[in-house]
Write a protein that binds this ligand. Structure first.
Ligand code: NAD
Length: 280
């Protein structure tokens, strides 16, 4: 039976370090959070971020904008926050109203305040192994792997999902650790090759958003399984991997919920403190 890789325990350890770093700063770090409209998921993220910030003595400043604003209004606010000496990091809450293009808007955030690590400059730094601000989900995955004492050097790592926020930056970071990385995606499935790749994985990371996509019987004996997927099935949250069958074969596995998810807010705060340290 696999050991569980649980995000909460790992987050607690990292929070202790963040607390110390905050104390060493001249001023409490300030996170500017932009919420557009009244989406309930975005409002829930704000609530949990504000609580996490408070616990770490981080100042959380919420900027609420009407759902009907133009992109220019949002850009103007970002540009103002970019030059505001009191602000260390900026986050735009998702989802945004349909009329606003996140990819376009997020590029206006100053790279040194981009605590989500999604500005092209920060993504580019990952390619060169020089990134300080890493996308939070990816940082969480790397921390979970690290917490299990799992060595990546020379390992067959299969990443399923090639999004800009998870799969692609993750693959680059894994390459930096000298893993042999295979990235699978919808094309792999359509070609009927997903099972073959998954079966060869010593470390499997799945970030797709389809419950039951990866069958438990595909998991290699002793493999490490990190399930990033979040799917609501009959009022329950499940991942992309068939958990019960997979945990019988894996050596380590993340529960869903409870694996990657609980770490991401902590990673956001860690990025904020990194940004504050660099500016101060
Ligand atoms: P996305 O929609 O941007 O990308 C999905 C990826 O899955 C794409 O690469 C696509 O090619 C691939 N894909 C789709 N169908 C497939 C199939 N049948 N076989 C193989 N690959 C397939 O998604 P995302 O934003 O990267 O998120 C992925 C999942 O991770 C979602 O469930 C999301 O909720 C979850 N997520 C969780 C966290 C967390 O904190 N735990 C953070 C971010 C995303």
């Amino acid at each position: 039976m696999a050991k569980l890789l649980e995000g909460k325990a790992v987050a607690e350890e990292i929070k202790k370090k963040i607390k110390n770093q905050v104390q060493d700063l001249k001023q409490a770090p300030v996170l500017a959070s932009i919420l557009v409209g009244d989406n309930s998921a975005a409002a829930a993220y704000v609530k949990s971020q504000a609580k996490a910030a408070e616990n770490l003595s981080i100042v959380y400043k919420l900027f609420q904008l009407d759902k009907d604003i133009t992109e220019q209004v949002l850009i103007d606010l970002i540009l103002k926050l970019n030059v505001d000496k009191a602000v260390d990091g900026i986050i735009i809450q998702m989802p945004l109203p349909a009329a606003i293009d996140y990819k376009k808007i997020s590029q206006f955030i100053a790279p040194e305040k981009d605590i989500e690590g999604m500005h092209p400059e920060n993504i580019g730094k990952i390619l060169f192994g020089k990134a300080k601000l890493i996308p939070c989900t990816v940082a969480s995955i790397m921390e979970l792997i690290n917490s299990g004492g799992i060595d990546l050097y020379g390992k067959e790592v299969v990443v399923v999902g090639h999004s800009e926020i998870v799969g692609k930056p993750l693959a680059l970071l894994l390459l930096d650790k000298f893993a042999t990385v295979t990235v699978c995606h919808i094309g792999t499935s359509k070609a009927g090759k997903l099972e073959e790749h998954v079966r060869g994985a010593e470390i499997l990371i799945v970030a797709v958003g389809k419950a039951g996509l990866v069958k438990g019987e595909w998991i290699k004996e002793g493999a490490v399984v990190i399930d990033v997927g979040i799917n609501r099935v009959a009022d329950k949250i499940v991942g992309d991997v068939e958990f019960e069958a997979a945990e019988k074969r894996a050596s380590y596995i993340t529960p869903v919920p409870g694996g990657v998810g609980p770490l991401t807010v902590t990673m956001l705060m860690r990025n904020l403190v990194e940004a504050a340290k660099a500016r101060q």
